[in-house]
Design a protein around this ligand. Structure first.
Ligand SMILES: *[C@@H]1O[C@H](CO)[C@@H](O)[C@H](O)[C@H]1NC(C)=O
Ligand SMILES: *[C@@H]1O[C@H](CO)[C@@H](O)[C@H](O)[C@H]1NC(C)=O
Ligand SMILES: *[C@@H]1O[C@H](CO)[C@@H](O)[C@H](O)[C@H]1NC(C)=O
Ligand SMILES: *[C@@H]1O[C@H](CO)[C@@H](O)[C@H](O)[C@H]1NC(C)=O
Ligand SMILES: *[C@@H]1O[C@H](CO)[C@@H](O)[C@H](O)[C@H]1NC(C)=O
Length: 424
């Protein structure tokens, strides 16, 4: 018969593992050279620590399983598995068994939209180390970069990054998989991209005991684009990217004049507004970009802000010494995204302006040309120091607007220490 002490220690272990399993937080850092955001994850046995770029619009987690990578806990996903979409075919390999070289394996389509190519890879499950927790059986993709010239799958990612963590609405996204491993963890995640230092990615949503739980979020529906926006897909698939319904845009409170049908999604899936953290800066259809720049420059000049020569890729650039400061960044005209029900997502100087050198600040939006598939692609810079919660159960997005308004940032010091705070 088990002694009381044994029972007690078993109970403690159970409680400990429970408290660990509800604590999935990843730190987020910004790479200064590419302006992309990345996190650090441990994968496999022995544990390999990788920096992985975060992509709100990516379908899966994938990493580089090159020649020197192996893991004794890796299990390839068989081609017959119902989790295998079939888009990546069925792969086999003549070498020694290792991740990236297995037989009858569900092919993964490895997407790095910064390289404008799709790569072949394998799907399999392995253990992941997320903050202080170890979770087994999580499915991801891997590709052997040695199989391509010049590390092609990793091209344009930060030098130290070895893969992409896709957070889109798919069956194999990490938030979804984690929600299936723990009944306590809903299919939600929250993300706070830092402008400096460290931000956070919270699986399961904003933890109740974090300093972030005090911010009031405005909630809007996440829209489903019924047509895939992916480079490879099965006929009839909806887009797995996150769209929101922007109804109009204002500059300093005045509505921008452009053809509003550009903001809706047409019967081929073109148009609309989505998020992509693989874009540094928000990309706008030319027919919106041009009036935005025109009105912004005019309203800036009303504020006695002096325009200077453009610095690519930006168009509207200003003499920094003529711009005032506010707690939300440079004192420039606000840009508001007007959403359903008149809800406004206000973009202040901290998110609209980019310092290109010590003397010049530019409006950090870029021209997407006359025929982009999606009219507005909200990029990373515009999301920094904003707290966003993607709720895939109710298909809603909660957003805080600039945390600077509340004298806070994504890199709040207690946040950097957050993974040390025990939760229940
Ligand atoms: C992001 O910004 C950096 C620095 O301005 C630039 O070199 C890079 O090409 C940009 N990347 C993308 C995808 O726009
Ligand atoms: C394989 O990846 C590891 C870890 O990411 C890296 O250190 C190593 O240089 C790569 N090896 C080759 C041959 O590319
Ligand atoms: C990889 O590890 C597995 C399991 O530990 C082992 O059987 C296999 O031979 C290793 N593969 C290579 C290429 O070293
Ligand atoms: C895959 O199957 C072939 C044919 O049976 C075999 O020669 C090869 O060693 C296998 N590959 C691996 C990685 O087990
Ligand atoms: C983390 O917490 C420790 C102890 O509470 C504190 O001394 C330290 O400054 C904190 N670190 C950061 C980055 O805030």
């Amino acid at each position: 018969m088990a002694s009381f002490a044994t029972l007690l220690s078993l109970l403690t272990i159970a409680l400990l593992s429970f408290s660990c399993s509800s604590q999935f937080i990843l730190p987020i850092q910004k790479d200064p050279l590419t302006n992309l955001f990345y996190t650090s994850l441990g994968i496999g046995t022995p544990q390999h620590n990788f920096n992985i770029v975060i992509d709100l619009g990516g379908p899966i987690l994938w990493y580089d399983c090159n020649k020197s990578y192996n893991s004794s806990t890796y299990n390839p996903l068989p081609c017959e598995s119902k989790l295998c979409s079939g888009e990546g075919g069925c792969t086999s390999c003549n070498g020694h068994f290792k991740p990236g070289c297995t037989n009858n394996t569900c092919g993964a389509t490895i997407i790095n939209s910064l390289s404008h190519h799709i790569f072949s890879g394998d799907t399999g499950n392995d253990v992941l180390f997320i903050s202080n927790s170890k979770v087994s059986g999580l499915i991801s993709g891997c590709t052997d970069s040695d199989g391509f010239s010049d590390d092609f799958p990793l091209i344009n990612l930060p030098k130290t990054s070895k893969g992409i963590l896709g957070l889109a609405r798919t069956e194999l996204s990490l938030p979804k998989q984690l929600s299936l491993t723990s009944s306590k963890l809903p299919n939600k995640f929250a993300i706070c991209l830092p402008s400096s230092s460290k931000g956070s990615l919270f699986f399961g949503g904003i933890p109740q005991k974090s300093s972030f739980s005090k911010f009031q979020l405005t909630t809007i529906p996440l829209i489903i684009n019924p047509f895939s926006t992916a480079p490879i897909f099965t006929e009839g698939d909806a887009s797995y990217e996150y769209f929101i319904d922007v109804k109009s845009i204002k500059v300093n409170g005045e509505v921008l004049n452009f053809k509003s049908s550009l903001l809706s999604i047409d019967n081929k899936g073109n148009g609309g507004t989505k998020f992509s953290t693989l874009n540094n800066f928000t990309v706008l259809h030319s027919s919106i970009f041009k009036p935005l720049v025109r009105d912004f420059v005019k309203k800036a000049s009303d504020k006695k802000i002096k325009k200077v020569a453009s610095v690519a890729p930006f168009e509207a650039c200003f003499d920094l010494s003529t711009i005032g400061r506010t707690k939300t960044g440079l004192d420039v005209p606000t840009i508001d995204l007007v959403l359903e029900g008149g809800v406004e997502w206000k973009i202040y100087g901290g998110n609209s302006m980019v310092l290109v050198n010590k003397k010049v600040a530019c409006l950090g939006f870029v021209d997407g040309g006359k025929e982009p598939m999606t009219t507005i692609v909200i990029g990373g810079h515009q999301l920094e120091d904003n707290l966003l919660e993607f709720d895939l159960v109710s298909s809603k997005l909660g957003f805080s607007s600039s945390l600077l308004l509340h004298n806070a940032r994504c890199s709040n010091s207690d946040q950097a220490n957050f993974s040390l705070i025990p939760m229940e």
